[in-house]
Design a protein around this ligand. Structure first.
Ligand SMILES: Cc1ncc(C[n+]2csc(CCOP(=O)(O)OP(=O)(O)O)c2C)c(N)n1
Ligand SMILES: [Mg+2]
Length: 363
């Protein structure tokens, strides 16, 4: 079966505004497209975890394994001129929105060829050309920016929509409340996707909020609901309705996607603070297994549902090879692209040379 990804469709020169959802003309194509992307994200993340264990990826690795239905279901149907504001567990959102696997891998391997030129080894980056708003490590900090991006698009006469992601723990931050308040008042064309994976680091949800997370959206006048975040079809259909509503100028929607963080907070966290039985219960709700059984019950054959498709294995292998061959950045680059160099404040011309000297590099 010829299932093209959003990204490959773009590379092929087709209409760049066509989304995965629109291009999937039939229900069958939609299911196949979602299945392909779920596996693409899973296989990429499995490879990242392995490379981390081998010492080839340094720094924090924050797995979204088990949560793929959220990033795939929300991004698959977006247009190229729609935007996303991903956070630390959303590698998959970068891939589905169209950043090449090579660039995402180079970013995580902190290579010179990466979007942030090797300054960081996680997804603190973006590409506004394909609608990815850069993320920072400050939780919820991109939410007010998502409001601004949505309103800016509207002021420019566009009907682009912004999908903003955040963990349930991040709903306690001021940025969350300020963003939703402003968005509610101005009916910003934003869809707010809360990834409720039951934990914020080691803190379980009952110690995070006295009310269900989605209820917080109601305070800002937005339709707010909780859905099964491991059912990719539910996520896709709910998001598409919210996106169309935002596109019509009717404002945002808060969607709490209930899921589970299958790994520790980072790969370094053994997560001994939770029950093994709890993890096993959620393993049965794996989003790929669920879509697979749905498809098998609806006319697909085993052969049509590879785990994963050979083209995914090739794509990820190529990304690893390409990133591995890319050089690590020169130490000087650590202080480039930080200041507006046109203002004369560059790392070598800085009035504060001691701030930017890197003693261990002797520069
Ligand atoms: C403002 C801020 N506070 C604390 C942290 C450290 N931190 C990083 S991820 C995380 C847990 C976030 O939980 P949640 O929002 O539920 O997202 P999850 O990691 O579960 O996907 C914390 C406390 C941070 N990055 N930014
Ligand atoms: Mg969480």
């Amino acid at each position: 079966m010829d299932v093209k990804t959003n990204a490959s469709r773009r590379k092929g020169g087709a209409d760049e505004r066509v989304s995965g959802g629109e291009a999937a003309q039939s229900r069958r194509e939609l299911l196949a497209g979602l299945y392909y992307q779920l596996w693409r994200v899973r296989h990429f993340e499995d490879s990242v975890a392995r490379l981390n264990k081998q010492g080839k990826i340094l720094g924090g690795v924050y797995s979204g394994r088990g949560q793929e239905a959220i990033v795939v279901g929300t991004v698959f149907g977006l247009r190229r001129d729609d935007m996303i504001a991903p956070v630390h567990r959303d590698i998959g959102a970068f891939l589905v929105k169209g950043m090449s696997a090579r660039l995402v891998m180079a970013q995580i391997m902190a290579r010179e060829s990466a979007p942030s030129r090797g300054k960081d080894s996680w997804t603190h980056t973006g590409d506004i050309e394909i609608g990815i708003i850069g993320s920072t490590s400050m939780l919820a900090s991109s939410m007010p920016i998502a409001v601004g991006a949505g309103l800016a698009a509207r002021m420019q006469g566009m009907d682009s929509v912004v999908v903003s992601f955040f963990g349930e723990g991040s709903t306690a931050r001021g940025d969350f409340h300020e963003a939703l308040n402003f968005a509610g008042i101005h009916k910003a064309p934003c869809v707010w996707v809360c990834e409720n994976n039951q934990y914020a680091y080691s803190t379980p949800t009952h110690l995070e909020s006295p009310v269900p997370f989605y209820k917080r959206g109601e305070a800002y006048g937005m339709p707010s609901l909780a859905i099964d975040g491991n059912d990719v079809l539910t996520v896709y259909e709910t998001t598409m309705q919210a996106v169309e509503r935002a596109r019509r100028g009717e404002g945002g929607t808060v969607i709490e996607c209930v899921t589970y963080r299958m790994e520790g907070h980072s790969e370094a966290d053994q997560a001994t603070y939770r029950d093994r039985a709890e993890v096993e219960e959620w393993r049965k709700k794996d989003p790929i297994l669920r879509l697979r059984s749905h498809m098998l019950a609806n006319g697909f054959t085993e052969e049509e549902l590879p785990e994963p498709a050979p083209s995914i294995i090739d794509e990820v292998r190529d990304a690893i090879d390409w990133a591995t061959r890319s050089p690590l950045p020169d130490g000087r680059q650590a202080v480039e692209d930080i200041y507006d160099e046109s203002a004369g404040v560059t790392h070598w011309a800085s009035p504060y040379p001691n701030y930017v000297r890197i003693p261990w590099l002797g520069r």
